[in-house]
Design a protein around this ligand. Structure first.
Ligand code: SAM
Length: 512
């Protein structure tokens, strides 16, 4: 493995620079498996739309040599500096001659290709400029006839453009973050792809086998062919890092296997798409009870400027803000260390000087606020708050979102396990937590639901609805959390099932 493919800064400015350019290098053991797939039919040219330091080129050269074949290399790369590093790892000037220093997505007249391989730049949508995003939407419209959700990252557009360049029977291998098949746009995107192309294999990695250890991303390899769609596909899970088993499996005719280092099963495409391609196969149980039948879920409050609206008790006192404009709030996941928030939790946070209060003005005219509130709002206005992205959409800019204090909260992202928290202090959360409102306000109902939600079987189900990141982290959006399957036997044990369907208690009426 070439040294620069191993080195990945875990934090700091160097890592930040890589994030901006989407530069995460593929390790050679993964590149080998991907190259083996695209060269299976004897293609003589390999096209990489995001060459970087050229790991796919180098691997293709080596593999072609072993097979006694000659391989032609072509591609695109935006950053000429990274190409230079490629030469240090064994590529020659001639190997890079057909790399265009251009934006792959908007370079005109790219040739069709029979072998396309990429680790596309993983640049999340909030790092893309608004006018570039607009161009991406137009690209999606041109290629598919519909646009994708604004949160779709650059890598998804790379996949679409590459599929468009594939020649009949051509092969494509892309390593992408799992959000490609877990995000809001995923169902429509994959429905479109799998109606036009044959999804041959999806490779997933156990956290300990990740090709990018220490990076917050759960990578998945998609192997797609421009051929008639098939009703099933092979789904692989690599259990051990750097396992030769992966490229060995790819070089042979595809088949189910079960070994210590690799598990491969044939999956029904419809089932795979319904479950999410990155997720384990599950028996589809349409009748399975889900959280949405027992509770509704909302995201926490988005202040638009935590530095201004989220205050410590001391700050609020110094600013002389009256209590009627202050709401007890949890704004950081790490401030909740246990599975309960109590008055003591809030007191502890206050004592250690942490912010615990949301400054929440309503929409009354400016001059009807008490003088201290007006002074503080004036300070905010002078600091440019009315022009901040979210606040600019509010009228007036200082009117805070409202949430009733939820009896349960869900911590949805973080190094520690995702978990449900009982809110016994009447706090409202900021966006780091989700609000869970049980459909009955009875204490007993809430406690029984909470017990089910804390059960390891329920927590395990989060992987069926959430977006997975590196090292087992998971993020769940409010709508997805409402689809969380609740184990039937737990519902039965706690009698919650019968309560939920009982019309007298009107559990569905209130929040629907
Ligand atoms: C994730 S890296 C992968 C590089 C290499 N193929 C590998 O697998 O190690 C993606 C590369 O795409 C480049 N890139 C970013 N945006 C691009 C664009 N619009 N067109 C072409 N290349 C781009 C980045 O500079 C980076 O080198």
């Amino acid at each position: 493995m070439a040294p620069q493919h191993q080195i990945l800064p875990r934090s700091g400015p160097e890592r930040e620079a890589l994030r901006k350019k989407g530069q995460f290098w593929t390790p050679e053991w993964v590149a080998k498996a991907m190259v083996a797939y695209v060269l299976k039919d004897g293609a003589d040219t390999i096209f990489d739309p995001a060459v970087g330091t050229g790991v796919f080129f180098l691997t293709a050269k080596k593999l072609a040599e072993q097979m006694g074949r000659k391989i032609h290399l072509a591609g695109c790369e935006l950053d000429p500096e990274t190409l230079k590093h490629g030469k240090e790892t064994g590529l020659e000037e001639a190997d890079l001659q057909e790399v265009r220093i251009e934006d792959f997505l908007f370079t005109l007249s790219l040739p069709q290709a029979s072998a396309i391989i990429a680790n596309p730049p993983y640049i999340r949508h909030h790092r893309l400029a608004a006018d570039y995003k607009l161009q991406l939407q137009k690209l999606a419209m041109r290629l598919m006839g519909f646009t994708l959700d604004g949160r779709a990252g650059l890598h998804i557009y790379f996949l679409l453009r590459a599929l468009d360049l594939l020649t009949p029977d051509g092969r494509l291998a892309f390593i992408m973050p799992a959000d490609t098949c877990e995000g809001v746009s995923a169902p429509r995107l994959w429905d479109w792809i799998t109606r036009r192309f044959r999804l041959e294999a999806v490779v997933t990695f156990a956290p300990e086998a990740s090709p990018f250890p220490g990076v917050d991303t759960n990578p998945v390899i998609f192997m797609i062919r421009k051929a008639n769609p098939a009703p099933d596909f092979f789904w692989l899970r690599l259990m051990q890092p750097e396992a030769a088993a992966l490229s060995e499996w790819i070089m042979r005719p595809f088949a189910e296997v079960q070994s210590d280092s690799l598990v491969c099963v044939k999956r029904d495409l419809k089932e795979g798409l319904a479950a999410g391609l990155s997720r384990f196969p599950v028996d589809i149980q349409p009748e399975v009870p889900v959280l949405g039948q027992f509770a509704s879920v909302l995201r926490g409050i988005a202040t638009g400027a935590n530095d201004f609206f989220f205050l410590s008790r001391r700050q609020a006192l110094e600013l002389e803000l009256p209590d009627e404009f202050l709401i007890p709030t949890i704004g950081r996941n790490r401030d909740v260390k246990s599975d309960r928030i109590t008055a003591e939790t809030m007191l502890e946070l206050e004592k250690s000087g942490k912010p615990t209060l949301l400054f929440a003005p309503d929409d009354r005219p400016w001059d009807l606020f008490p003088p201290s509130v007006r002074r503080y709002l004036e300070k905010g206005a002078e600091g440019g708050l009315p022009h901040r992205p979210l606040l600019a959409t509010r009228n007036p800019w200082y009117k805070m979102e409202f949430r009733k204090a939820p009896p349960l909260l869900f911590a949805y992202l973080g190094r520690r396990n995702a978990r449900f928290i009982r809110n016994l202090a009447g706090v409202v959360p900021l966006t780091c937590l989700l609000c869970v409102y049980p459909k009955s306000e009875e204490k007993d109902y809430i406690e029984r639901l909470w017990k089910i939600l804390q059960h390891p079987e329920t927590i395990q189900n989060l992987f069926r609805v959430g977006k997975s990141y590196g090292s087992g982290c998971i993020k769940v959006e409010p709508r997805a959390l409402e689809k969380l399957p609740l184990p039937t036997h737990l519902l039965q044990d706690s009698k919650l099932e019968s309560v939920a369907t009982s019309p007298q208690l009107n559990l569905f009426g209130k929040n629907n």
